[in-house]
Design a protein around this ligand. Structure first.
Ligand code: PXP
Length: 252
């Protein structure tokens, strides 16, 4: 299969806010980072408003909505508070993620199959408001099928486990996980869902998954914010763009 289109690169700026919040002041400014990411070729900006506001805050969402030229992909847990905030801002896209207070980062995918009725009711007003609705899930077929059934437009498959296996040098297990992600992407596409991937991606793992022809978007944050310390945010993003374009061209 030929790639469905140019792979979009979404840049997650949560950890610019993490650094800001470590000092309690206003700097570094996540909007400034987002505008720089735009200038470096980001196709969208992702921000996760967590219940505990540990990185992105309400005022950041407002500033991003007002200041961005590219679409905002607004991530949050499926709570009434977050739904109200999303319905107020009506961002281009919303991505529902599971959230646990004690976790360091989003550890797994959303259990759409186990919470289908509630999630179907939760996403309906967001879709009515014009938001593209994405579910952040694992690659299990039951979660992909459930996402299609509840009316999601998009699934974002969690690549964190694959990236962990790669960085631990567990190549055989990583190959199995990569194949499962590939099959998941293919199943989701066959059900009419747009396919995104994200979490834990670096230059190498992003290039690996960029070869899935059904994938339309990668969302990448932590690695690039870290890489920005050494080469600057713009060059770090440009290098990611270059690497995924090469990987994509190889299957075109
Ligand atoms: N996609 C989703 C749905 C996420 O929750 C996150 C991290 O919060 C990312 C992508 C980006 O992950 P990372 O910061 O590890 O690149």
């Amino acid at each position: 299969m030929k790639p469905l289109g140019r792979l979009r690169l979404g840049i997650n700026i949560d950890h610019v806010a993490t650094i800001r919040n470590a000092r309690g002041g206003a700097l570094p400014d996540p909007l400034r980072a987002a505008l720089l990411a735009e200038a470096a070729g980001a196709d969208g900006i992702t921000a996760h408003l967590r219940e505990d506001r540990r990185h992105i805050r309400d005022a950041d969402v407002e500033a991003l909505m007002a200041g961005l030229s590219v679409p905002l992909n607004f991530e949050f847990a499926a709570t009434a508070e977050m739904q109200a905030i999303a319905l107020h801002h009506k961002p281009h896209a919303v991505c529902l993620v599971p959230e646990k207070r004690e976790e360091r980062t989003t550890e797994g995918g959303l259990d759409v199959a186990g919470d289908a009725k509630r999630l179907a009711e939760f996403v309906a007003p967001l879709r009515d408001a014009g938001c593209r609705v994405s579910m952040f899930i694992g690659h299990e077929p039951c979660q992909i099928e459930a996402s299609a059934k509840i009316g999601a437009d998009v699934v974002e498959l969690h690549t964190g486990h694959y990236c962990d296996l790669r960085s631990a040098g567990e190549d055989a297990a990583a190959a199995v996980e990569l194949e499962a992600l590939r099959k998941g992407a293919s199943l989701a596409h066959s059900l009419g869902l747009e396919v995104h991937l994200g979490h834990g991606l670096d230059y190498e793992t992003a290039a690996d998954v960029a070869t899935f022809p059904e994938v339309m978007e990668l969302n990448i944050g932590h690695y690039l914010i870290g890489e920005a310390l050494f080469r600057g945010l713009g060059p770090a993003i440009e290098e990611m763009r270059r690497r995924i374009d090469i990987a994509r061209a190889a299957i075109a």
